[in-house]
Design a protein around this ligand. Sequence first.
Ligand SMILES: [Zn+2]
Length: 418
Amino acid sequence: MVKLVYIIVDGMADLPIRLLNNKTPLEYAYKPNISSFLKHATYGFPSVLGKLAPQSDVGVMADLSYDPIKYSTGRGWFECLGLGMAPKDGELSVRVNFGEVKGRKISSVRTYMSKEELHLLEAEINEKVQMPIGFRFKVGEDYRAGLVLTSDKEQFSEYVSNNEPGYTPKFYKTGKKLSFATDIKDLKIHDIKPLRHGAKYTAELLNLFIKNAIKVIKNSEVFILRAKDNKPLPNYLFLRDAAVRDPHLPAINEKFKRRWAAITGMPLEKGIASAAGMKLIEVEESQDINKNFSEKAESVAAAMRSFDCVYLHIKQTDSVSHLGKYADKYAIIEAIDRIIIGRLLRELNIQRGDTLVMTCDHATSCELKRHINSNIPVLIVNRKFGQNKDFGEANCRKKHISAIERATDILPFVVALK
Ligand SMILES: [Zn+2]
């Protein structure tokens, strides 16, 4: 059986940057191993979701062939599923950030903490927060967490606002819910508001959880020690993308008649991959990029022995883009080329019919420090194609195949290649 390796490099696409000779980080990066694959390559340049700047959930779903407008019930579901919280239909799943406020103003929606600090806060919150209904709270990486509320009294509603100001929910006639990255204009703290009739109960409970959890956090040892050391404080919780229903993604193994494995350490991507029915292969998201990429490369090589298709997600490019670190971004792309693509040169047999795809879930601009609505560059390596020019946004825009108009078209096209 031929193999497919599908790499999604989070937020890889960007705009040209003056200090990089008007190249994007992808174009500027030295990528000799990708260049070796260009003997048999073609390009796609699809839009992810038209005019709207996508979040990662939307982009990853689309890259994996699931139309977000048809399936998305809210990012909270995938986040909590990926954290191992096993949300059920009727429960309310929410993505949470630990953040910091000063007075009534937001100073950051991301208070980075160590694993140990996060786990101590998780234990305190689960043990000490008093709520009139059931809940479970679980931390992820850095500043992230998930919250699941359970109630046998009233039904929850997903029609509530986010109090994380960078993302605004949008509801579709199909009953589906997505949310989009928006400019933060107003740094005031807002309560979560009901957006439709019947959502008041849910909004009130979420606001109550925030209030009660903040009290517990402020009395915790983690908080007191951080305050003493003058470190950024986790003195507020920012919630977003509440979901109440399973998105019921059709199983990817059935859809494409191939066996899939996923390699990612991030809860959101784990959640989407497991909702699609992929086998999750655990990898640690270590801070050391060389170690992280070497482990991922080995995991991909091992998974290729038992699975037909391997989805690999790489997060670091997006994180540095949000911080405006364009030099780190091209250095990470160079490390992907050196460590991961270098390893794949030995593992993939293009003559036999194996395929490599490298793309991203959305573009993240280092200059604007946020997601943008640009089309995404897609590299497809397969023996069907001839020599191509350097992989980057401009070349993909100039010369791309017409069969891939939207990101949801990538996989059906690729799987049909012989
Ligand atoms: Zn992303």
